[in-house]
Design a protein around this ligand. Structure first.
Ligand code: ZN
Length: 305
């Protein structure tokens, strides 16, 4: 209980006058806002050969970085299962089946019938939302096993997470025009006007932006990418792509680079790309852990690791 008048209230009229006169920045009164929440739509928690970070450490990193959702895809799938089955509070884990057991499968999965078996066996767990990330270059996408994977995904209402060049992307849609594809890295260097043409042609294509060239130069969002984001605000996603240990070491700086160019977009567009698009895509598609409001991250912990 407070007895009497707190001393600070004596200064209230002075404080209001100072604020009205612009003498005090508002920041001195309010806490720093939480950094923009991020849904990390390209996250590997690889266990082969061994996990780099413990599960506890990975989950703590997500909390620290205000990551509210992840598209989890790991080699082998044990890492994804561990994340999903932990049911972490305040983190939506969207599990994708990775068609790899060991790193070498990247090169051969498209011609390997045992991979299709892996996909179908893993699918039986009942909670997967997609298949990927998988790698395809050019005509390698034309194999019968890739076609079967695409058709399986359509039949089971699964997304595909494809690291594919332009030709392979086109072949995937040619296998089945009902495929729903998250395009990892957005082709790395595909011209923005070609990306726009794909987005027009394929209504179920979403572009993930890790390692994507040309978005910002010297920290400044380029005019062509700003225009693309404003024209298709519902079609882009962010990802960390923690494919090697170094990406875990730099996780904080990867996200702060995203946040710095997102801040140059209108707030509604930035929020869609940061987390709302992924939340919409995966709404109701998995057993979601309890959601919680964005967490506050102090400037000291939001920067480089
Ligand atoms: Zn990746």
């Amino acid at each position: 209980m407070i007895r009497g008048t707190p001393t600070g209230w004596h200064y209230l009229p002075t404080l209001i006058a100072a604020l009205c006169a612009g003498a005090l920045p508002l920041k001195t009164l309010a806490a720093d806002p939480a950094p923009l929440p991020i849904f990390d739509a390209h996250l590997h928690y690889n266990w082969e050969p061994v996990p780099y970070y413990s599960l506890e450490k990975v989950l703590a990193l997500f909390r620290q970085q205000n990551v509210t959702g992840i598209l989890a895809t790991s080699r082998p799938n044990d890492g994804t299962r561990a994340l999903y089955e932990a049911k972490p509070k305040g983190l939506k884990v969207v599990p994708f089946i990775r068609p790899y057991r060991v790193r070498a499968d990247i090169q051969t999965w498209m011609d390997d019938p045992s991979i299709q078996e892996l996909i179908e066996t893993e699918y039986k767990r009942g909670y997967y939302v997609g298949i990927g990330e998988f790698h395809l270059s050019g005509k390698a996408a034309a194999s019968q096993w890739v076609r079967r994977t695409v058709n399986f995904a359509v039949e089971k209402n699964l997304y595909l997470h494809a690291h594919a060049d332009d030709e392979a992307l086109e072949i995937l849609f040619a296998h089945n025009s009902d495929a729903r594809i998250i395009w990892a890295h957005t082709g790395f260097s595909t011209a923005p006007e070609k990306v726009a043409a794909y987005l027009e042609r394929h209504r179920a294509l979403w572009c993930e932006l890790s390692y994507r060239q040309g978005i910002a130069i010297g920290g400044k969002l380029t005019a062509e990418w700003k225009a693309l984001f404003e024209r298709y605000p519902d079609r882009f996603l962010l990802g960390s792509d923690t494919w090697v240990n170094e990406r875990w070491d730099n996780y904080g700086s990867t996200l702060s680079d995203y946040r710095s160019w997102l801040a140059q977009l209108p707030r509604d567009v930035a929020e869609k790309i940061a987390f709302r698009n992924a939340e919409r895509l995966f709404a109701g598609r998995d057993a979601v852990s309890e959601s919680s409001p964005p967490r506050r991250t102090t400037p000291e912990t939001s920067g480089k690791q």
